[in-house]
Design a protein around this ligand. Structure first.
Ligand code: AMP
Length: 580
């Protein structure tokens, strides 16, 4: 059968094969594979010679990637988490969207476009790419950190705002001189009301009915013992609910999948569901980048270099600055604010949809679409640089503080327990007081690992100090009988309260290797004789922690293998004894 008769297969095959080959080359050259995927997209796109894949199909395939991605994020998220970050994410994201729209609109105005074009163009520059941001968070195991939660909350608000924009745009187009009927104000308001009611209806439906049916179905399926059926249940839930959300409730696919994930995440099966969703998610995630690459017309870089530069500046610099400012206003530390802001400094899928609709409605000139696409592809490529600069600033700051004697990287004696020299503390921190313990054990994190360590130490009669940034976990640690410090252990401020110089041992039980490394490095500098034990998840992470100064680094997966072998050996000995 010729390729033009099977466009779906041709698109998937060409996308995956080219992404694989160029991704591999990128890896060899020590460039991120993502760059390879984008390039593969440009190659199968309509603006370069040779085979041209089906653009509409490619973007639908990409949407599946986004659905699975957001479903996975939902699995890790609880409603409580969402409520906790809503306080900052809702006003913060709205402020950021308004500012970015104004700035992007200003740029459009400079280019001589009308008001409607300016607003649509500005809006398109204001939303970050969920797909790219979440992937980055997953790679760095940041989804479950405070920063990760703020970012996801932020993305959800942006997503909702875009749902509203996409619905309102056609309704407003007539008024703004584009295609479509000139509706009255009242008709527009009615459209808005109906949309919001539908989205709210979807969420209520999921929380009331979905919350009962989905976990029950999953348990039932799990008990059949069929892995295949369980896998099917996971995919059916993710895609089915996303489709229902988009088709019947006017919500986005991503939002639907996210809510489905949250509902399923409340059950004990969520870990298994995550594992099952992973392989397909990664494959479609790659197709997402290919489809972005396909839309890109490189000619725009030569035709309008200044406009491209301006667009990038709004996306990466102005937006980052606004997010940073908003978070600082809410009392977050500079380090947290910078890290979150940098990660949101890019645009993606929603921007394409919005600008595409704007062009179709005759509201914006086609050049706007090329600029948004160029802005997206360049910001996706350059964002990792921005992020590592931001993280670098965080690290440099720690060193500078140390150099001037206020930070933790000074060898013993321990620096005075000063608060971090920042005007605004983390919102939930209440008047931190340094510990009076000495000869104690410090446990960083009170989750699955830390709570067991703390319980064991307390049972052995050791004085234990727990550092934890999640309020429920702190409460649990207090109940268990430990002294508790509230805060992010990777920050000098939290560590300064822990009397590192007087401590006997430090257990770093948090899963995120970057933060764990920060803790180990600062602790080692503050107390060269301290016994440090740390938790790792990969060989790279193991090495990192050892380099930072950990005495015993435990790689969870290796330990599991050891225990299994131990058991096998015991069985063998038992057999031998029986045989004798
Ligand atoms: P688990 O992976 O279940 O052992 O949980 C890890 C625990 O460590 C969770 O309770 C987190 O809230 C906590 N945690 C993670 N990162 C930090 C950090 N940088 N500072 C303090 N606590 C943390």
């Amino acid at each position: 059968m010729p390729a033009h008769q099977t466009p779906l297969i041709a698109t998937i095959a060409a996308g995956l094969v080219l992404a694989y080959i160029i991704g591999l080359i990128a890896h060899r050259l020590r460039i991120q594979p993502l760059v390879g995927y984008l390039l593969a997209g440009v190659m199968v796109g309509p603006f370069t010679p040779g085979f041209v894949a089906d653009q509409a199909l490619a973007s639908e395939l990409a949407e599946i990637g986004v659905i699975l991605l957001m479903f996975g994020v939902g699995l890790h998220f609880s409603l409580k988490d969402l409520m906790a970050v809503a306080r900052v994410a809702v006003p913060g994201a709205l402020l950021e969207i308004s500012a970015a729209t104004l700035l992007g609109g200003g740029l459009a105005w400079l280019m001589g476009w009308g008001l409607a074009a300016a607003v649509v163009f500005g809006l398109a520059l204001s939303v970050a790419s969920t797909a790219v941001v979440v992937r980055g968070l997953q790679e760095r195991r940041m989804l479950e950190t405070e920063r990760g939660r703020i970012i996801v909350g932020w993305l959800v608000v942006e997503d909702l705002a875009m749902v509203v924009a996409l619905v309102l745009l056609p309704a407003l187009a007539g008024m703004a001189g584009g295609h479509g009927p000139a509706l009255s104000h009242q008709a527009v308001l009615t459209t808005l009301g109906i949309t919001l009611a539908k989205v709210a209806g979807f969420i209520i439906f999921m929380l009331v009915a979905g919350r009962r049916i989905i976990p029950w179905l999953m348990h039932y399926t799990a008990h059949t013992g069929s892995r295949e059926l369980f896998r099917l249940a996971v995919y059916a839930t993710a895609l089915g609910i996303a489709f229902v959300a988009a088709h019947f409730f006017e919500a986005s696919f991503a939002l639907g999948a996210f809510v489905a994930g949250i509902v399923l995440g409340e059950t004990k099966l969520s870990q298994r569901a995550t594992e099952e969703a992973m392989p397909l998610r990664d494959a479609f995630g790659v197709l997402f980048f290919v489809s972005v690459g396909m839309l890109f017309n490189p000619a725009i870089l030569l035709a309008r270099p200044l406009a491209v530069l301006g667009t990038i500046a709004v996306i990466m610099l102005a937006k980052t600055a606004v997010v940073y400012g908003a978070l600082r206003l809410f009392g977050y530390r500079r380090t947290t604010s910078l890290s979150v802001a940098a990660r949101l400094g890019l645009i993606g899928e929603f921007s394409f949809i919005l600008i595409g609709l704007g062009v179709a409605l005759g509201l914006v000139p086609p050049a706007a679409r090329d600029l948004v696409l160029a802005g997206a592809i360049l910001s996706i490529l350059l964002n990792p640089v921005l992020v590592s600069l931001a993280d670098g600033v965080v690290e440099v700051k720690a060193r500078v503080l140390a150099a001037v004697g206020r930070g933790p990287v000074v060898p013993a004696p321990l620096p005075e327990p000063v608060a971090e020299p920042e005007p605004a503390p983390e919102p939930e921190v209440v008047a931190p007081t340094p510990t009076s313990l000495s000869g104690h054990d410090i446990v960083v994190g009170h989750g699955r690992v830390g709570s067991l360590v703390t319980a064991g130490l307390l049972a052995a009669g050791r004085p234990v100090l727990v550092i934890e940034d999640r309020s429920e976990a702190r409460e649990a640690a207090r109940l268990a009988g430990a002294e508790v410090i509230d805060g992010n252990a990777a920050t000098p401020a939290a560590l300064a309260l822990a009397n590192l110089a007087g401590a006997q041992r430090l257990f770093v039980t948090i899963p995120e290797s970057f933060e764990a490394g920060q803790v180990v490095m600062q602790a080692r500098a503050a107390n060269p004789g301290l016994e440090i034990l740390a938790r790792a998840h990969s060989d790279a992470c193991y090495e990192h922690l050892e380099n930072m100064g950990s005495n015993l680094t435990i790689l969870g997966e290796r330990e599991i293998a050891h225990r299994m072998l131990e058991r096998a050996r015991q069985d063998e000995v038992a057999e031998l004894v029986k045989a004798e």
